[in-house]
Design a protein around this ligand. Structure first.
Ligand code: NAD
Ligand code: DAU
Length: 342
């Protein structure tokens, strides 16, 4: 493994992964291949842009010709696919983009991996493919029971990966991560949204009763898990990556407010997300058996993230002050407040 194409590398987890890999492996070269959608941001990669082992190509993973050219020109031997439409709420507004990128885009990359004889294709997937887990935990052989257009598209991508492994011998591995938090997460996802709203003394719109549970994982733990699977994972296998514990959303909101020294009265209940999954809960023992362990608890991860947003206001203010973000925010949240009766 020498020349890795990281698709979606200008997004949140991808950019953290690029930085991690450049530091960890002094002989690896990284090509970021990214369409730069609203979520892709070259500011996330400013500190690596002058690294001689880093290169960037702007392209869509659905565009086979551009993918083909990038693989050839950069003599790529490994593909790590982070590129996706990723926000559940947006998948309820415009499912089309999710099908295109998360399903067709995955297919295009797998086909390119097959024709180029790529040594490893790694797919970044999500715990959402198991659907809501009301009791117990989902291990990797748990049924796929998707409930949103986002999770259905990601599950279809996973199944296509397994199909290419089984039918054509493409050397595929898959990781299914829980909710990541950390630097450079677009402030539509709940933790950066709540942290940045809190800093500005704006309401924190909590969906429904706030008793849903998520496994909030620090992004560096996820990057290390992917690294372990890339180097020690078995071909054709799926590995869960998470802390293996969960936190209620309301507790996450309290923790953010407490960390930033803001009042809990900023919490504003709003109408619930349709089809809102109540709980995700991963069994992570398969990855632990490869020697990986989660180093940050959900609480550590949330605190560190809230502080990063307090210390890096330039990064997110540029996004939040833009018209595109403000239009999204209005469309998503305006008039959604739940007014207490009586
Ligand atoms: P993100 O939304 O921050 O970034 C997605 C990136 O993909 C952006 O840079 C965007 O420009 C790029 N992209 C989108 N469509 C593209 C296309 N058609 N062609 C090329 N590039 C395209 O996403 P993220 O939160 O960093 O998630 C990365 C991956 O991890 C996704 O596959 C997601 O499903 C998965 N995942 C995310 C989480 C999480 O909590 N954020 C958890 C588990 C798994
Ligand atoms: O579980 C992994 C998944 O985590 C990833 O695959 C997705 O790409 C990522 O977006 C994330 O999905 P969620 O839907 O869990 O994340 P989100 O940050 O949108 O919401 C987390 C929880 O917070 C969820 O229960 C919904 C709730 N929420 C979210 C928003 C945006 C609120 O209460 N208020 C909000 O404004």
């Amino acid at each position: 493994m020498q020349n890795i194409m990281v698709t979606g590398g200008a997004g949140f987890i991808g950019s953290n992964f690029v930085r991690y890999m450049l530091n960890r492996y002094p002989d690896y070269r990284i090509l970021v291949y990214d369409k730069l959608t609203y979520a892709g941001n070259l500011d996330n990669l400013l500190d690596v842009q002058d690294n001689a082992r880093y290169a960037f190509v702007r392209g869509d993973i659905c565009d086979a010709a551009t993918v083909d050219e990038a693989l050839r020109e950069h003599a790529i031997d490994t593909i790590v696919n982070f590129a996706a439409a990723t926000h559940v709420d947006r998948s309820l507004m415009e499912p089309d983009e999710f099908l295109k990128t998360d399903v067709t885009g995955t297919y295009v990359l797998l086909e390119a991996a097959r024709t180029h004889g790529i040594e490893r294709y790694h797919q970044i997937s999500t715990d959402e493919v198991y659907g809501q887990i009301l009791e117990g935990r989902s291990s990797e052989d748990y049924k796929l029971h998707t409930r949103s257009p986002y999770s259905a598209s990601k599950a279809a991508g996973d199944l296509m990966c397994i199909a290419y492994f089984t039918s054509f011998g493409v050397p595929v591995t898959i990781t299914r991560g829980s909710n990541n938090v950390g630097p450079y997460q677009y402030p539509e996802k709940v933790v950066p949204l709540f942290a940045t709203n809190a800093i500005d003394d704006k309401p924190l719109p909590i969906y429904g009763d706030g008793r849903q549970m998520r496994d909030y994982q620090y992004v560096l733990d996820h990057c290390e898990g992917i690294d372990v699977v890339l180097h020690r994972g078995e071909l054709g296998e799926v590995y869960n990556v998470g802390t293996g514990t969960e936190m209620h959303n309301i507790d996450m909101a309290h923790l953010i407010l407490d960390t930033l020294g803001k009042p809990r009265s900023l919490i504003q209940p709003v109408q619930d997300r349709p089809g809102h999954d109540r709980r995700y809960a991963l069994d992570v023992r398969k990855l632990e058996a490869l020697g990986w362990e989660s180093r940050f608890s959900c609480a550590d991860a949330i605190e560190r993230t809230a502080l990063w947003y307090a210390e890096n206001q330039g990064w997110w203010r540029k996004i939040k002050s833009g018209q595109r973000y403000q239009e999204y925010y209005r469309q998503q949240y305006q008039g959604r407040e739940v007014v207490a009766k009586g």
